[in-house]
Write a protein that binds this ligand. Sequence first.
Ligand SMILES: *Cc1c(COP(=O)(O)O)cnc(C)c1O
Length: 247
Amino acid sequence: MMKERVLDINNKIKLACERVGRDPSDVTLIAVSKTKPIEMIEEAYELGLRHFGENKVQELVKKHNDLDEKYGDSIRFHQIGHLQRNKVKQVIDKAVLIHSVDSLRLGKMIEQEASKKDMVCDILIQLNIAEEDSKYGVSEKELLPLFMELIKFPHIRVRGLMAIAPYVTDSEKNRAYFKKMRQIFIDIKYKNIDNKLENTYFNPDCFDILSMGMSGDYEVAVEEGATMVRIGTGVFGERNYSNTSKI
Ligand SMILES: *Cc1c(COP(=O)(O)O)cnc(C)c1O
């Protein structure tokens, strides 16, 4: 039952926070609803969930539109999957946050479309923390140069970092990656970039999101500082497709 699963996840997040002295309200559960029908999103909403993650633009837009009348702004969709430049225009005002920005070309397109709509778009930079060929995201070396360019755009607000850790059966194996993510996040936040550089729109107070941890490893991610966990299988049960494409 979804109800038991959601209660269990919320409880585990709370316990993980207690172990390290964090406030559970600082962690947002994003229910990853990709491939799942609208009815299951409604069921999750009734259980109190408000944030949903999708990896395909078409699916996000359809679900957003289908549920807009019923829930309005109270339901929030996150673009967590790889984003192609030609899809930016469709998703930019439907997703509350784009987790997967990993190139300047994509950033330029987001700036252009956000500017046209006279809005500021919240984004995260996706880091390929374990440098896996099967994952999108920038390398640690590419991160700062990309960040320094993205913060020059007036219609983009860089809110933090996202990573997809390796698929492991023992979540402890990902602890070092989560620790490293948090360290990189802190380094950027307190670099005093806003003081050093003129003409940037970076606000360290708004650099406050660390999106990491999935069904198999979210407890460890929370212990290591995640502020958003993206949980699909854990909330909705197994997906009936095998995704072999790059994520
Ligand atoms: C599918 C997906 C998730 C959720 O995966 P689960 O293992 O089902 O929790 C999280 N993040 C991204 C980017 C995904 O594509």
